[in-house]
Design a protein around this ligand. Structure first.
Ligand code: ADP
Ligand code: MG
Ligand code: MG
Length: 193
């Protein structure tokens, strides 16, 4: 449950791989309810993160800060600043704790503050708010991740581009929730975390 520079790097490399594998799918999810770029945005960002982390950061705080900056400067759209804020808040929090649950709690608070979305608004907040408590309780599973992502399908979007569609946003999984699901899946796959 302790995040280190090494486990952070393994986690981010796994996340980057998963994003690359699924970039077309993520953009396809973003096509009916957005502008079809989410997977490409995230892939660009995570390639930059991988490149930055290929030089080992001096400590956890710097590692998290580096990730935040890479995402903010390369992802763009709505999701870039939101993922960037998540890692920036983790960086700030890491001066007082290296517990992954505490760090993710701070990240979620940052995403909510920055984007103003609440649970039920069909955004990545739905996945983060459903799963951070499980990380803290040490009982996160792939099934819980899948359920949290799939739960966005029948929601009506209240924030982001998908909200322009109102009721017609129903019936589609939220792309940022799917990519956030990958973040939690790869966390589960990271040994020692
Ligand atoms: P854009 O919509 O600018 O093209 P992306 O396609 O990369 O950006 O990201 C879209 C995702 O961002 C959505 O699927 C949603 O999960 C997330 N998102 C959008 N607006 C918000 C918000 N206000 N709060 C939280 N998440 C949001
Ligand atoms: Mg988009
Ligand atoms: Mg866009």
């Amino acid at each position: 449950m302790t995040l280190t520079v090494d486990t952070l790097t393994v986690w981010m490399n796994k996340f980057a791989d998963k994003i690359e594998t699924n970039k077309q799918y993520l953009s396809d999810l973003d096509t009916p309810i957005g502008d079809g770029d989410h997977g490409f945005n995230m892939d660009r960002g995570m390639k930059a993160v991988e490149e930055k982390l290929s030089t080992k950061p001096s400590d956890l705080t710097n590692g998290l800060k580096t990730i935040a900056m890479a995402l903010i400067s390369t992802v763009g759209g709505a999701s870039g600043p939101l993922y960037g804020t998540a890692f920036l808040e983790m960086a700030k929090k890491s001066s007082s704790t290296d517990n992954i649950g505490e760090l993710l709690d701070a990240a979620l608070a940052g995403i909510e503050k920055r984007g103003g979305a609440k649970p039920g608004d069909k955004t990545m907040v739905d996945v983060w708010s459903a799963l951070v408590p499980s990380v803290k309780a040490g009982n996160l599973t792939k099934d819980k991740i899948r359920s949290a992502v799939d739960a966005t399908k029948d929601m009506v979007a209240k924030k982001g581009r998908a909200s322009y569609l109102g009721e017609r946003s129903k019936g589609h999984i939220d792309p940022g929730s799917e990519s956030s699901g990958y973040l939690f899946e790869t966390l589960l796959e990271t040994e020692g975390l």
